[in-house]
Design a protein around this ligand. Sequence first.
Ligand SMILES: C[S@@+](CC[C@H](N)C(=O)[O-])C[C@H]1O[C@@H](n2cnc3c(N)ncnc32)[C@H](O)[C@@H]1O
Length: 228
Amino acid sequence: MPKRSWIIPAAVLGAAVVLYRNHAALERIGANVRDFSLPSAGMYDTLAASLLGGLYERVADEVAEAHPTGTILEVGSGPGRLAVRLAQTASNLEITGVDISSTMVERANRLAVGAGLGERVRFEVGDVGALPFPEGSFHGVVSTLSLHHWPDPARGLAEIHRVLRPSGEVWIYDLAHWLWRPARGESRISRLAAASPFSDREVEVFRWPGSVPAFVLLRLRRAREDEP
Ligand SMILES: C[S@@+](CC[C@H](N)C(=O)[O-])C[C@H]1O[C@@H](n2cnc3c(N)ncnc32)[C@H](O)[C@@H]1O
C-alpha cells in the first residue's frame, strides 16, 4: 500500500460516523427546509427582523386603515414583529397574537413589553385548529407566512370564522402557490377559500419584495347577518 493511501478510507469512515451521529440533526434540517421553517425562534426572529420589516409595514398599514380601532387577532404570530408594528401604527387597536410555539410566544411578549405595548399587545399559546377564544371575539384577523404550516388549513379557516365578529375581516398572507406547492403538495389557496364558511372571499397576488409575486393575500369576510 502506498504511504498515504490510508487517508482516503479513514476520511470516508470519519465522514460516515459524523453523518450517522448527526442523522437526527440532518433530518430536522431537511424537514425545516421542506416547511420553510428555521430551527429556532431566535434564528427566525433575526432573519424576520432584517428581511421582513417592509412586509410587516405594508400589512400593518392595510389592516390599520381598515380597522383603526377594535380588537385584532394575529394567528401564527411568531416573534411578534407584525403585531408590534400594527400597534405602533394604530394606537387604539388591541392585538392578541396566538402561536403554537411557546418559545415564539415568550419572545413576542418580551418584544411587546420592551416596546412599551404590553397593555395592548399580548401573545398566547394556541393552535389555529382549536383557537382558545369564544365565538365572535375579534373585529379582524391577520396572519402572515403561517398558513402553509397548518396541518389542516380548512379547519383553521373555520376556527378563524368562529372567533370573528359578524362583518369581521380576515387578511391571510402566505407563500404564492409556486412556492407553496413544492413544500406541501397541497391544493390551491383559492380552493381552500371557496370551501370555507366565509361570505366574501378573494385571493390576490401580493407583490413583495418589490414586484416579485411571491405571496398571495386571502381576504375573507364573515357575513353581517351571521350573528354569533
Ligand atoms: C414562518 S413563521 C411566521 C411568523 C410570523 N407570522 C411572521 O410573519 O414573521 C410561522 C409561525 O406559524 C406558527 N404556527 C405553525 N402552525 C401553527 C398552528 N397550527 N397554530 C398556530 N400557529 C402555528 C409557527 O409556530 C410559527 O411561529
